[in-house]
Ligand binder design. Sequence first.
Ligand SMILES: [Zn+2]
Length: 327
Amino acid sequence: MEAMKQAAHGDIMKTVLACLALVFFSASTARAQLNAYFVNVGQGDATYMELPNGANLLIDGGPSGEPIYQFLKARGVTKIDHVVLTHPHSDHYRGLKKVFAAFDVKNFYDTKAENKDAVGDNNLRELANAEPSCRTHFPEVGANLDWDRRVTIKVLNSCTEPVISRDNDVINNCSMVLRFYYNGHAILNMGDAEASVENAMAKIFKSGLSSTYLKIGHHGSRYSSTDKFLARVQPKVAIISVGQDNTYGHPHKESLDRIRATGAQIFFTLTGTQSLTIPAPGKGIGPLMNGELEVVGVDMTETPAFNMEDYTQQSIALQQLNESTGK
Ligand SMILES: [Zn+2]
């Protein structure tokens, strides 16, 4: 009888231990991967990331509040550890106003660029100042951000001295550029930085730019993604954040051609939120590009599938039209 009791007790202990091991294993694997989401916010930028240590961050908020708000709400987000404004253009800062209003933000990372043509950027900065227990930071170029000790996060470009301008190129080139390196793979987020910044970064950081994933600068504008820069980055995957039928004609054919020539796969946010996972070391699997993220219950802006053939045809037709009309 005693032996039977002991055997039963042993079984229960085994089950309890197995359950504990399972809980522990799921918790540690859930924390140990890095997830990045390039959110479909229309014509603009918003990148949400979950770091292996459980911290989360948002780089830019897109041109309006609702798409990024719905995305974060559907993921069950209540607090955001780090919010970054790459530069003060409305397609990057406007959505952040709703983020500050709806979520508990712990840290705000900003440049000292001031867009003279807008007041909304300063309204956002006031919101960040008013947020209880949120600190504002202006990280220097070359700084390592201590957000997760297993991820190397480096600032590759910023404006930490005041720049007041209404010139779009000047403001774009103040973009805070961040590179995240984890388990042999890097994600490089360019904001709207243009060729001059790319050249400067290539000179300073050289092979330190090399990244599996490149969030293409300035929505695929022809003034970004030069051959020299792409040769330094050597991306395997390029992500272009762009809205359907935008008035800028982004992405431009010239930059698409340059990106294609690298052999990188190209993903567009206008076909849906694009996501990727860099697994924990020792998992024996490479990083995964997940294509469209399935977010249950989210009413994302409906965008028809992006047809590269149509796009190329349209570009050629437009080019011929411009040539024949002398534009
Ligand atoms: Zn932009």
